[in-house]
Design a protein around this ligand. Structure first.
Ligand code: FAD
Length: 820
């Protein structure tokens, strides 16, 4: 759904955005410059005038970029809502209803517009708060994500890691991946195992199965960028390696979700934190969810294998300034503080840009570990190709329909199994699009909701420099004994996020003042192990969307986290502390008052507690998605069984964070890797002369196939029966409709329904055939039995008569003898 703006809507949008990001005069520019510390970089000083005097619509192509971001990030419904609000604002009655002013919104003065937006920010009406959050966050995200002169004015190096080119020796050799491609429309690609998605789960599965000799094909919708070709900037990282270009909102707009989408999935862009699942989690999954495997030695042993392969260690760690401040603050307060091991293969890896891909190849993400191992064992990869839906023969998953970025379709036939590892957002979507009906699919969504607390200091911190996340405080982790509290960590710093969420917008001038002091700030996140849950569902365009509203219990945990993080800022000497709660003013401590008993502090903390953490009344984010295809012991309460097999199907597995029964409580990558390493290790090696029971069962015609992935449907159209047989290994009469659908229809119009219809009719026919076959078998057996019975009867009779004859003979002989 593309937001095609009418002229009137465009004018309204410009009026809103130019108010959020206004052009101010030289006076403010001078004031902002005076706020910069002496150590601020020269390039920042040079760009302050531009930052202050530019309004949003002055930025080249900004309105179109914003409309594009709306369409990439939001559902059709939400885009429609934005269109509606903009239309209303272009009329007098609409503006009267929404703002109380009698003229259209663009006709209002900038001061009047600003007052309207400020009132929306704290409005009692959810719709107005949603409108404010959506419009302000998107406007500021686009400004500080795409426009280098605005980014440089914050002090952030818009061009990525400045040290990168100085030390080329750090660049590690990387695997020369060869990628497959769909060469022609309707190609048929054959494999043993199809893995959907190349993230934390998919990589492990691909590698383990390839090592066992199976032919593995990994299909990934994102792209691969070699380390040396990476720009390592937020603009490139978000647009090429993240879902929805880095802004994906829940349906009520209250949460922004970050998820990786590139070769390697989340492991390519994540922040290297490598924490093992805690014992209480394993115990809970084993005892409360009936999954004893999680307490087994098998599971425990796999941790070493995972950590070794990923080079996990904390020996080389060097805390950057924000992590040092987290450590110092926690120590001053007596809060527990620990190191976070990193998966950097022993390298110090002091790179704050890793969230946009590792330009050194030091981070041991999927592309340098498991996917590399898989490639070395013969696995094949298709990137920029989306699995649209899975194909079934009766209960058997036999492959998938895939589409590449140039809209070419192909059918992947998986002779052995299909493993869905498309991540927590997309895996349930793939299952639902494929017609699976278990109502648990998509439920139990856990997001590890995150809130943000920022401290501004006198010193220049440069929060983007050095290793991202190396310290953790568990002070509020178990506040009520249920292990559903929060952990406190340092966030990856980038100005798009800082502007859109971390520094709350209260006015345009204040916003610009604070963004210019970005280099003096540091942000802590409180991550909750959520007890509440949401769901994934498909929108009208068959895309996954998220319903998730923060649970009051989790809101309480997050508020506790906010206060603990603010305390850490306070004792470290912050001169300003901000939360994102719209009802809480920033705390400006009296200089030198860095103690918790200060009455002003206590009063402010009471405000934080009272405001709480409520939807659309503060910014909430998530980078960890889990649980939407829950593992369990019953199909009524879960989606996959204890070995990851999808209930009610055969040959279909799920292998990613979506199978977690609950939130993991720690950053999930290691847990995902561990689960699947040990689960799939138990799969047998590929037999040398593999006989596929699945293929035997679904191919009644038993045509000998010479199907090769290079031959296409189109080229085989002259031999329809062979064509269709090799396509899905089925007999021609059953599948001829598929030929019609696939070969005679332009790719874009091959609908899911059409393919579904073909496959379900084939499945029905197959079941009927199978039933007839079984009946024939029975009859034959009955016949055989009766022949056998008759034969036995005849034999018995013959034996009897023989015995009688013998007796007669003996009798005659006896009589005769006696007679002699
Ligand atoms: C910004 C950020 C920072 C993080 N930092 C950390 C950290 O420091 N430590 C940690 O432990 N965890 C971290 N995580 C979380 C961690 O990366 C994820 O939990 C983990 O990668 C999840 O693995 P997965 O296999 O479930 O899915 P993913 O790794 O997300 O992989 C799913 C893949 O499937 C692909 N896909 C989806 N749909 C389709 C389709 N239909 N067809 C083909 N391909 C498809 C996606 O493009 C994606 O590449 C972070 C996450 C983010 C977003």
């Amino acid at each position: 759904m593309v937001l095609a703006l009418t002229d009137a809507q465009r004018q309204s949008l410009a009026a809103v955005c130019d108010c959020i990001f206004q052009a101010h005069g030289a006076g403010l520019a001078a004031e902002v410059k005076s706020l910069l510390p002496a150590t601020a970089p020269a390039y920042q000083r040079e760009h302050i005038d531009a930052l202050v005097t530019t309004k949003f619509s002055d930025l080249p192509g900004a309105l179109d970029a914003l409309a594009d971001q709306f369409t990439r990030s939001l559902s059709k419904d939400s885009v429609d809502k934005i269109g509606l609000v903009l239309s209303l604002l272009s009329t007098r009655p609409g503006t009267l209803v929404l703002t109380g002013h009698a003229s259209t919104f663009p006709e209002l003065s900038v001061e009047q517009r600003e007052a309207v937006l400020q009132s929306w920010r704290t409005s009692r009406l959810t719709l107005l708060r949603q409108a404010f959050r959506g419009l302000s966050a998107f406007t500021l995200y686009v400004t500080y994500n795409l426009y280098d002169n605005m980014i440089l004015a914050t002090g952030y190096p818009a061009y990525g890691d400045e040290h990168r080119f100085a030390d080329k020796s750090r660049l590690r050799p990387h695997h020369p991946y060869q990628f497959e491609s769909i060469r022609t429309q309707f190609e048929v690609i054959e494999t043993d195992i199809l893995v959907v998605g190349s993230g934390a789960g998919g990589g492990v599965v691909a590698s383990e199965l390839a090592k066992k000799g199976w032919k593995v094909l990994v299909v990934e919708k994102g792209e691969y960028i070699k380390p040396e070709d990476m720009a390592g900037t937020q603009r490139e990282g978000f647009s090429r390696l993240y879902e929805s270009a880095g802004l994906m909102a829940t349906e009520d707009g209250s949460m922004n979700i970050l998820a990786g989408s590139g070769f390697g999935g989340g492991t390519t862009i994540n922040w290297c934190a490598s924490l093992r699942p805690q014992h209480f989690l394993r115990e809970q999954w084993a005892k409360e969810h009936g999954l004893p495997y999680f307490l087994s030695t098998e599971f425990a042993q796999s941790i070493e294998a995972v950590c070794q392969r990923m080079g996990v260690s904390d020996e080389h760690l060097e805390h950057n300034r924000p992590n040092t401040m987290l450590v110092d603050g926690s120590k001053k307060l007596g809060y527990p503080i620990a190191k976070i091991p990193q998966n950097t293969g022993g390298a110090k890896h002091a790179c704050g840009f890793c969230g946009f891909g590792c330009v050194y190849g030091e981070k041991q993400g999927g592309t340098v570990t498991w996917l590399k191992d898989a490639a070395e064992h013969g696995a094949k990869f298709l990137v920029k190709t989306t699995v649209e839906r899975l194909l079934f023969a009766s209960r058997h998953c036999i492959g998938a329909l895939v589409r590449d970025s140039e809209d070419r379709l192909a059918l992947v036939r998986a002779r052995q199994s299909v493993v869905v590892s498309a991540g927590t957002i997309h895996s349930p979507a793939v299952l639902m699009r494929s017609g699976l009906k278990n109502p648990r699919i998509g439920r139990n969504l856990r997001l590890h909701p995150v809130v943000i607390t920022t401290g501004f200091f006198d010193e220049q911190i440069k929060p983007w420099e050095g290793a991202i996340m190396t310290a953790i405080s568990s002070v509020q982790e178990n506040w009520d004994g249920s292990h559903h509290g929060v952990k406190i960590e340092v966030i990856n710093a980038f100005p798009g996020g800082q502007a859109a969420s971390y520094t709350p917008w209260t006015s345009s001038a204040e916003h610009k003042r604070l963004m210019a002091q970005y280099g003096n700030s540091m942000t802590l996140i409180s991550i909750a192990r959520d007890r509440g849950s949401g769901r994934i569902f498909l929108d009208s365009e068959q895309k996954p969307r998220m319903d998730y509203t923060i649970d009051p219990y989790d809101g309480n945990s997050l508020t506790r986290g906010t206060i603990a993080a603010a305390e850490i800022h306070l004792v470290n000497g912050a001169r300003r502390i901000t939360t994102t709660q719209v009802d809480v003013p920033d705390y400006l401590p009296t200089p030198g008052h860095t103690y918790l008993s200060d009455p002003a502090w206590k009063e402010w903390v009471a405000k934080v507690e009272k405001a709480g953490t409520r939807p659309n009344r503060c910014a909430i984010g998530s980078a960890h998605q889990m649980g939407s295809n829950q593992m369990g012991t019953k199909p009524s309460s879960s989606v996959v069984d204890p070995r990851g097999r999808v209930w009610g199907t055969e040959g279909l597995y799920v292998a990613d964070a979506s199978i977690f029964p609950t939130a993991s409580g720690v950053n999930p990558m290691i847990t995902v890797r561990r689960v699947f390493l040990s689960l799939f290790l138990s799969l047998p090696p590929r037999p040398r002369h593999s006989r596929f029971p699945l293929a035997r069962r679904i191919c009644p015609c038993r045509t000998r196939l010479r199907a090769s992935s290079t031959r296409t449907l189109a080229s085989r159209a002259r031999r329809p029966s062979r064509l269709v047989c090799s396509l899905v290994h089925l007999s021609s009469p059953l599948c001829s409709p598929l030929l019609v659908v696939v070969a005679d229809t332009p790719s874009s119009s091959v609908s899911h329904e059409a393919v579904n219809e073909v496959f379900s009719s084939r499945a029905r026919t197959l079941s009927a055939r199978r039933a007839r076959k079984i009946e024939r078998e029975r009859e034959r057996k009955r016949g055989a039995d009766s022949i056998a019975n008759q034969a036995q009867e005849r034999l018995r009779r013959e034996q009897n008569s023989r015995r009688r004859g013998e007796l007669d003979t003996k009798g005659t002989e006896g009589k005769a003898g006696r007679g002699i």
